[in-house]
Design a protein around this ligand. Structure first.
Ligand code: ADP
Ligand code: MG
Length: 683
């Protein structure tokens, strides 16, 4: 399991480098590089039975040769099939040679995602087979892996197959009693089947087992950490200071009841017997930042340094700036040092020096930086503003350096308390369950593309009133296959469609950090009025003046993610609006998106979404996106998570340190999984 992937036949240094890029270094990592999804070759269906948004196959008789037209920069090849009065439009981009490949008078099997566009059934970029060729593929499932440029799906599948064939079987490490009561498949079977399923039922069984394992081991690892930290005494006691009062008095608002309550809990922790390990859970906009700042100020005026770790550079800079402003407003002169990857080497060196000398009191930066390269003089409190569950490993790293600061983790993940207790089992939990009273609920609507022009006029009106707008597009890659709205082209279109005096800019994940920062800062400063962006704005940014969010191709997103995105507006005193534009007009899509209209409860939204999707979508969109497990999904698999939590609790009651002989394999597995190198408890 620990041997490098080059030990697999056929994988040389060059291919290994490609695997490294997707995080696979060892044979063990390769085996747990589970498929993203599966291609299932099913019986062709009749046109009347085609369902929008699903990948299906049809048999079609070609009456005449495909036609090729030029549209935009692409050659579009079109075939129109007819069956009992129903029509299906097939289109391919940049494949003009099909004109000669597909011969009139023959029957082919076409397979692809079916969409309903303007009342028509459309299949874009379908695969095509002769009926004989399709017969061979029929009823097989092919794993589809996450890839990177140069690494083909075939290469991964082949490597996995080699690794599976060549390995020694793993001993079963789950206690028999747990395996039986939870009806879990055997581990080796699960591993084989998750990569190369033979039938759907087996795949579900395999997945259940691996999801259970992932949660179960994670929970056990957390428990061990909690025990370690509970025993640790408070080496950085912080008593209440008048400066926090001063800060509170200077704010333009009063804390909500929930904020007050949580701030009291923090003060108790900071001055208490043991070191603080606390999670603040609060929906987007509930005002976590100011509470964290109060704790930082308290630590600093007790003579310590405080660090705030943000998941992205944009957010780190934004936090840095707003903290400086708040401190200034309160008349507190504290040196706030921002540390980001795009700073020059010299700037970084100066920052490191200030931190090491203790001159820097509050340090705000991205995790990677604070974690790996910084030596603090007297670190007393670490706040993690997290979207991902990276808290765990980080704390270990700090602890490894012999520092035991207080730890505060902030999360907006909308999960019910019962699950939060399981997932953040190593932390005490505070909940910010109250939004500032000045907030108006966001008004939502779900529309189709014909509404776009109206939406633009509406946005112009809001902009004329001084507000700002987000437009979210699915992804940045030029992707003619999917015809998604991409950020760059879309921005051009939007500039033409809107009043030319309006400042429109775009933002996407592939841009350099410095560019992103600049755009975000200009948007925050009101210099940009419309920000066209991918989901990179999802994380934590705060521009209270933005009141409209329009999401293009909303059907492509998980609802939980849309909910998270929506949290970027409705943060100020003005009425805010969300416009979800659906790229297809199927009733199922409409129904899904309408859920967002009805509820503002993130967890409810995600579970309703799941109900509509059904088990076939288990491998599709991952709902959480926020809590990154390898295969388990906190929303989709909430039931398994609960079961794993209960099983772990029972096991630990019976054998707290897993010393019993029958738990030897489990103990071994657990110690192996805690040594992983990525930012998480690695399994
Ligand atoms: P989040 O919990 O999503 O991190 P923020 O801390 O960014 O939320 O706060 C969102 C906005 O709400 C900020 O503009 C902040 O100034 C404001 N805010 C925070 N607390 C209150 C409050 N008690 N009353 C009014 N506005 C508040
Ligand atoms: Mg925040």
């Amino acid at each position: 399991m620990d041997s490098p992937i080059t030990s697999i036949k056929g994988i040389g240094e060059k291919t290994a480098m490609l695997f490294h890029r997707v995080g696979v270094h060892t044979v063990g990592e390769l085996l747990s590089y589970y498929p993203r999804t599966y291609d299932m070759y099913q019986e062709p269906v009749t046109f009347a039975n085609l369902k929008a948004e699903e990948i299906q196959a049809v048999a079609g008789f070609l009456r005449k040769a495909p036609s090729v037209t030029k549209a935009k920069r692409y050659a579009v090849t079109t075939v129109v099939l007819e069956e009992f009065g129903e029509y299906l439009h097939l289109t391919w981009f940049n494949m003009p040679f099909l004109k000669n490949t597909l011969t009139p008078g023959s029957t082919y099997i076409f397979r692809g995602r079916v969409q309903k566009k303007k009342g028509r059934l459309v299949m874009e970029q379908p695969e095509y087979f002769t009926p004989e060729a399709y017969e061979e593929k029929l009823n097989t499932m092919q794993p589809i892996y996450g890839l990177t440029a140069g690494l083909s799906n075939k290469t991964v599948a082949k490597a996995v197959k080699q690794a599976l064939d060549g390995r020694n079987l793993n001993p079963e490490y789950l206690p028999e009693e747990i395996r039986m009561s939870q009806e879990l498949a055997e581990y080796n079977f699960a591993l084989q089947t998750i990569h190369f399923p033979v039938k759907w039922e087996d795949l579900l069984l395999a997945r259940k087992r691996l999801v259970f394992d992932e949660f179960f081991l994670f929970i056990l690892a957390l428990r061990q950490m909690k025990e370690a930290s509970e025993l640790r005494k408070n080496e950085c006691p912080c008593s209440p200071v008048k400066e926090t009062q001063q800060l509170l008095a200077s704010l333009p608002y009063e804390l909500t009841g929930a904020q007050k309550k949580v701030w009291e809990e923090l003060q108790r922790d900071l001055s208490g017997e043991g070191v603080m390990s606390r999670l603040i859970q609060g929906d987007v906009g509930s005002g976590k930042t100011v509470v964290a700042l109060l704790a930082l100020v308290c630590a600093v005026y007790n003579g310590y340094q405080g660090a705030l770790m943000a998941p992205t550079e944009v957010l780190a800079r934004q936090h840095g700036q707003s903290i400086r402003e708040m401190l200034e407003g309160a008349g507190l002169s504290l040196s706030v040092t921002v540390l980001t990857g795009s700073m020059t080497a010299k700037e970084k060196r100066l920052a490191y020096e200030a931190i090491e000398s203790g001159e820097a009191k509050i340090v705000v930066g991205t995790h990677a930086l604070i974690q790996n390269q910084v030596r603090f003089l007297r670190l007393g409190l670490v706040v993690t503003d997290e979207q991902h569950r990276f808290g765990v490993r980080q704390r270990e790293t700090l602890t490894d350096k012999g520092e035991y600061p207080h730890v505060l983790v902030m999360s907006a993940t909308p999960i019910p308390r019962t699950l939060a207790i399981i997932l953040y089992g190593d932390l005490d939990i505070s909940v910010l369950d109250e939004l500032p009273a000045s907030r108006l609920p966001i008004k939502n609507c779900v529309v189709d593309e014909s509404y776009r022009a109206t939406a633009y006029r509406f946005m112009e009106k809001e902009i004329a009133a001084g507000r700002q707008v987000y437009v979210i597009c699915a992804m940045v890659e030029e992707n003619p296959e999917l015809e998604l709205e991409n950020v760059v082209d879309y921005t051009e279109k939007l500039k033409k469609a809107m009043n030319p005096s309006i400042a429109i800019e775009y933002l996407h994940g592939k841009m350099k950090a410095a560019e992103k920062n600049k755009i975000m800062e200009r948007f925050a400063a009101g210099e940009i009025q419309v920000l066209v962006s991918t989901t990179v704005v999802e994380v934590g940014v705060n521009v209270p003046n933005a009141t409209v969010m329009m999401v293009e191709n909303a059907e492509r997103f998980g609802l939980a993610q849309l909910h998270q995105l929506r949290g970027r507006v409705g943060r100020g005193k003005h009425q805010s609006y969300c416009i979800f534009v659906s790229g297809n007009d199927s009733p199922d899509t409409k129904k899904r998106l309408e859920i967002l209209n009805k509820s503002n409860d993130g967890f409810y939204i995600a579970s309703e979404d799941l109900k509509l999707r059904g088990p076939g979508d288990l491998f599709g969109i991952r709902q959480s996106g926020l809590l990154e497990f390898r295969i388990g999904d906190v929303f989709t698999d909430a039931g398994i998570l609960k079961a794993a939590g209960e099983a772990a609790a029972r096991l630990l009651r019976e054998d707290p340190s897993l010393q019993k002989e029958e738990h030897r394999e489990l103990r071994k597995r657990l110690s192996a999984c805690r040594m992983g190198g990525d930012g998480n408890v690695s399994l």
